[in-house]
Design a protein around this ligand. Sequence first.
Ligand SMILES: [Zn+2]
Length: 291
Amino acid sequence: VLPFSAITLDRAATLRTDPEWVATQLRDERARIVAASSAGVLADGASLLRGPVELGVAEPILLGLEAESPLFAVDLDRLQQPERLIDGGAVIGLREAGAQLAPAEAGLAAYLASLLAWHRRHGFCANCGARSEVRSAGMMRECPRCGAQHFPRVDPVVIMTVENSGRLLLGRHAGWPPGRYSVLAGFVAPGETIEAAIAREVGEESGIEIESSAFVTSQPWPFPASLMLGCEAVARDGEPKPLDGELEDVRWFSADAIAAAEQANASLRLPPRISIARFLIERWARRTIGS
Ligand SMILES: [Zn+2]
């Protein structure tokens, strides 16, 4: 299971539209809060820290139900006395959360952080500029002036292995640690299919032409609210070149070179284990060496 991908709570999608039901959940003695700030999530060991509702909740943002227990989200950046809640836990970055929390807790951390980041940045109506209000226990904001409804954003990103004759196309950004290469990726543009986004991104970043592509698996990526659409593509033969200034280098790698990247003295370094990029690269190398 990819980090950030496992989530077990019930989002209470239909119940949450009833404000009276939400108010009842807030009064439920089993109700708990989990918290995040713009720096990360509040954790306690391998779990998110769960605190009593009394310590927070100005605008009720309900993540969902854990078994029967309501779980609300609190923004530490907006809390009057965040230290009362933080006591007993520690704010950890999301990359750390992805690596160290139990899978379902890391999934919850991604959901919590992405949702709160959206509320933090969308306090005003994009249509008329008035202050908007929380609805559906946090799954919507509504403008009291013009009535516009705004929903939490998720930004789709294509990320793909690109193969030609048993070689894999990898590129590197200038700021990365020495030797690190990864698969290419980019945001899906308005009006674009996943397949078209793959062909465009690979063409823009390397000049390589795509023959065919297929979806593999996905991963929520809470930086702040991407959804990584993991794909595999087959390319035409060609000499890749960094074209659009995004990459410092882009080239073909053999499956053997990728398999050797784990060794201590290898010159090639793969992306971190929490990323779908690493999963896609290793999946491709395993399949290519195995065939
Ligand atoms: Zn408005």
